[in-house]
Design a protein around this ligand. Structure first.
Ligand code: NDP
Length: 356
């Protein structure tokens, strides 16, 4: 069985590719440039012709995936900009104005790579994906959020972050990066189900979406120094390894998490488990405060604090979790258990030490 993985050089996708290969799948990854593909050869070259990569320079372009989808049995669409540090000039801050007859029905402005990139691969699958059985799209817990005014709140698959779409429509380009990201994931995920509903009589495949929290764990990217990591590993690095207060960063003092290896397993099981078809799959191992994380790392590796390598923060000031996520449904559909934060934290510190 051949699986197409988009954005194959990304943090999450590299693990998805690895788990797929370990489970005997044949994988075709897409990257945006040859240089990004070369690192994949280093990582997965030992799998011989079970692994190949192709360049899809601009995922938004009509027909961008027409060739890539041919002969595959499933798709894992993970490619999306996740932060404004992306070097893509057409990235998160780029808006596109579409006519009112687009699949999102009347939504005038939205973020191009996430939404159009997702539609682009679905259109290619519709036209040329004759062997495809399932398309899995990586969404985010960002797509279930809303502003919490009366905590505690537990979010689940019935929740949609439409509030941020409304904010984006109201504020346009001036909206915060967070609003743009949340709205982009919500719109892209809605587009998946709308597209499927509109075309289900013409296709032999179904869809599922995977909604991860902050993804942590060992990294496989082509990055020399830990401080050069991007996205969620960088967030964790900044909060746990760097000495800084939580408040000035203006972020919540707690975060939901999952290990990237468990998320990769979830992506693969989302392809293979019949019951995952048509579902939003909320993946979450738990939520924890940043200070509680520092306390856990301290208990695991006191040596790093004695030598002053890591900051203690404000020890034992326990954080209240004001909102959380119920991942039980997806866990049972996918038949998975997730690593706990102790395990993840230790592996991250080891990964940072290895990289320096
Ligand atoms: P990475 O930034 O590591 O990988 C993102 C991938 O998407 C890269 O291959 C990147 O290509 C590609 N990409 C980014 N912008 C564009 C664009 N404009 N056009 C085409 N491709 C693009 O992110 P993650 O691996 O962390 O994220 C993967 C998916 O998981 C995303 O859909 C993200 O929204 C989702 N997610 C991630 C979470 C996290 O905590 N990491 C949490 C929730 C959801 P290139 O390297 O060329 O830029």
């Amino acid at each position: 069985q051949r699986v197409l993985v988009t954005g194959a050089n990304g943090f999450v996708a590299l693990w998805v590719v690895r788990v797929l290969l370990e489970q005997g799948f044949t994988v075709r990854g897409t990257v945006r440039s040859e240089s990004k593909g070369r690192h994949l050869d280093e990582l997965f070259g030992s799998y011989g012709d079970k692994f190949e990569w192709v360049v899809v320079e601009d995922i938004v372009k009509e027909g961008a995936f027409d060739e890539a989808v041919k002969g595959v049995h499933a798709i894992e669409h993970t490619a999306a900009p996740i932060s404004s540090t992306s070097d893509d000039p057409d990235g998160e801050s780029s808006f596109v104005r579409l006519s009112s007859n687009n699949v999102n029905n009347g939504l005038l402005e939205y973020l191009k790579p996430s939404v159009e990139g997702t539609l682009s691969i679905l259109r290619s699958a519709l036209k040329f994906g004759t062997d495809i059985k399932r398309v899995v799209v990586t969404s985010s817990l960002a797509a279930v959020m809303r502003t919490v005014t009366e905590p505690p709140v537990i979010f689940d698959e019935d929740d949609w972050a439409d509030e941020f779409v409304d904010t984006l429509k109201r504020e346009g380009r001036k909206a915060s990066e967070q609003v743009k990201y949340f709205a982009s994931k919500t719109l892209a995920e809605r587009a998946v189900f709308t597209f499927y509903d509109a075309h289900k009589s013409q296709i032999n495949w179904d869809v599922a979406t995977v909604l991860p929290p902050v993804v942590l764990g060992p990294t496989l990217q082509d990055v020399k120094k830990s401080s050069d990591l991007t996205g969620s590993p960088n967030l964790w690095y900044q909060k746990v390894v760097k000495d800084q207060d939580d408040d000035p960063l203006n972020t919540t003092p707690f975060y939901p998490y999952v290990d990237v290896r468990d998320l990769a397993a979830a992506h693969v099981n989302a392809l293979t488990k019949e019951a995952a078809g048509g579902k939003r799959l909320l993946i979450c191992a738990g939520s924890i405060g940043w200070q509680d994380t520092r306390d856990i790392v301290y208990s695991l590796r006191p040596d790093l604090y004695e030598s002053g390598v890591l900051p203690r923060g404000k020890p034992d000031s326990k954080t209240s979790i004001l909102w959380d996520y119920n991942g039980e449904k997806a866990k049972s559909i996918l038949g998975l258990e997730y690593r706990d934060i102790k395990h993840i934290a230790l592996d991250m510190i080891t990964d940072f030490e290895r990289r320096g």
